[in-house]
Design a protein around this ligand. Structure first.
Ligand code: GLN
Length: 485
């Protein structure tokens, strides 16, 4: 049962072959038994889950038509969940019980999902390996010596190990796509504004976006359907009608124009990852797609630009954690300044402090024009590259990451080499575009991700391409041996 997709589970629930309560118990038991080696969950919400599952079963008996009724899922611990600890992977919020639900939490609840628990993540979503979490690193189910990717590494590891059918994540510079790639999953980062950010703890507000991590494109479509839409509580959410993603999955790929950016195939790309991308192209060509060479000339500026803008926004967003209203407070503060300094000094980990320092520096009066304003100009150039590309092609394809999962501890001493993991994902966030990572092969036992980047609001097209690809390939059906049974 635990290896099934959401689409399959819905059929099983519909036929009455299994109740939501039985299903929820299966996953809860797996989490209890198997998560010790992975560390993918921060909080397990057993009682909430079982009572919600019983209610879902009752509703099903009354022919309730909620689209995901009775399906267990997990939320990244960045989403506020009423009455449940919401830590954001930080000591700063280790004692924080959210008084309200994030909009996507409400929406997925209304769609009928059952919350199994909250997943581990890099502290405040800052990282590419899940090693900056206050709760310790997440281990990759394909090999526990390897990172699961980050910052949504707990969500990715939990789905890959069949501890939950699917999970939510957030992506500021690659945090859904990169862990999805390293754990062998399908992960979608929607267009900026497609999904509400209300109740999603802010890292870099102009880049953050929530999305699903699941086994298949079809499951991502089901989840996005429930998550997407305008929200009066988030003024950056966009009032654009949400299409029926499910009906788009089987569109033909005949004549689809795929762009290959030459900047994505240079130095630093693992040869076997490149090979997997070439093989994926062949599969898509068989289905009628045509491949074109394109250019995204400002790609090399994406990482430096991001590491000005994201820290600038985070330094502002994280100023609310002051030890006064909520979150961690130091013992015996001597005065207000001591309270601020020690609460923040003791509550934040080293990566978060590094970002706050960079952010306050680039926003300071003397350097604002040289760094922040300049970065915003380059951001515009990066966006224009994509707009030009989409005047020629329908979708852009490339690797999700330069290499498969690396060893835990391998890059922690070298932040720049860690930042380079996101070389193919970050420009997408700077431009606000949607992008998806789907499984496309293996290097030894480590999964590889293929990235598809779409034009604004073309999530349906990305899901369609990935779904068609998954009809002809079986990479997405592979399960790590230790977590199969
Ligand atoms: N790895 C990038 C960072 O550390 C992106 C993280 C994310 O998307 N949340 O900032």
């Amino acid at each position: 049962m635990h290896t099934k997709t959401i689409a399959e589970l819905l059929k099983i629930l519909d036929k009455g072959e299994c109740s939501s309560e039985e299903l929820t118990k299966i996953y809860l038991a797996r989490i209890q038994k198997l998560d010790k080696t992975l560390n993918s969950f921060i909080t397990i919400t057993e009682e909430f889950a079982l009572s919600a599952a019983r209610i879902a079963d009752e509703k099903r008996r009354k022919e309730d038509k909620a689209p995901l009724l009775g399906v267990p899922i997990a939320h990244k611990d960045i989403f506020c969940t009423q009455g449940i600890k919401t830590s954001c992977g930080s000591k700063m919020l280790d004692n924080f019980i959210s008084p309200y639900d994030a909009t996507i939490v409400t929406k997925l609840k209304e769609a009928g999902t059952i919350l199994l628990g909250k997943t581990n993540m890099d502290e405040f979503a800052m990282g590419s390996s899940n090693e900056t979490s206050f709760y310790g690193p997440v281990h990759n189910p394909w090999d526990p010596a390897l990172v699961a990717g980050g910052s949504s590494g707990g969500s990715a590891a939990a789905v890959a190990a069949n501890l939950t059918p699917a999970a939510t994540g957030t992506d500021t510079g690659g945090s859904i796509r990169q862990p999805a790639a390293l754990c062998g999953l399908t992960g979608l980062k929607p267009t900026y504004g497609r999904v509400s950010r209300y109740g999603m703890i802010a890292f870099a507000s102009s880049l953050d976006q929530a999305g699903p991590l699941a086994k298949t494109a079809e499951d991502c479509a089901l989840l996005l359907q429930a998550m997407a839409g305008v929200d009066i509580k988030d003024s950056t959410s966009i009032d654009n009608p949400v299409p029926n993603y499910n009906t788009m999955l089987n569109n033909s790929l005949e004549g689809l124009k795929i762009g290959l950016p030459k900047e994505f195939f240079g130095e630093g790309l693992h040869p076997e990852v490149e090979m997997a991308v070439q093989n994926a192209l062949k599969t898509l060509e068989k289905m009628g797609a045509k491949v074109f060479d394109i250019e995204l000339p400002n790609t090399k500026l994406a990482i430096p630009t991001y590491y000005v803008i994201a820290p600038a926004e985070c330094s502002s967003n994280l100023s609310r954690y002051d030890g006064v209203r909520f979150g961690y407070r130091c013992d015996n503060p001597q005065n207000l300044e001591d309270l601020y300094k020690r609460s923040r000094g003791e509550g934040f980990g080293p990566e978060v402090k590094r970002r706050i320092l960079i952010g306050t520096y680039v926003l300071s009066a003397g350097y604002f024009d040289a760094y922040y304003v300049q970065a915003q100009k380059v951001r515009k150039l990066i966006t224009t590259d994509f707009i030009n590309a989409f005047s020629k092609v329908d979708v852009i394809l490339g690797p999700t990451t330069p290499s498969p999962a690396f060893n835990i501890g391998e890059k922690t001493k070298d932040p720049v080499s860690m930042y380079l993991c996101d070389i193919y994902t970050i420009s997408v966030n700077l431009a606000g575009l949607p992008a998806l990572s789907m499984p496309g092969g293996f290097v030894q036992q480590c999964p590889i991700g293929i990235q598809l980047i779409g034009n604004y609001f073309e999530e349906g097209k990305l899901l369609n391409i990935a779904h068609q690809f998954q009809q002809l390939t079986d990479w997405h059906q592979k399960t790590p041996l230790t977590f199969k049974e």
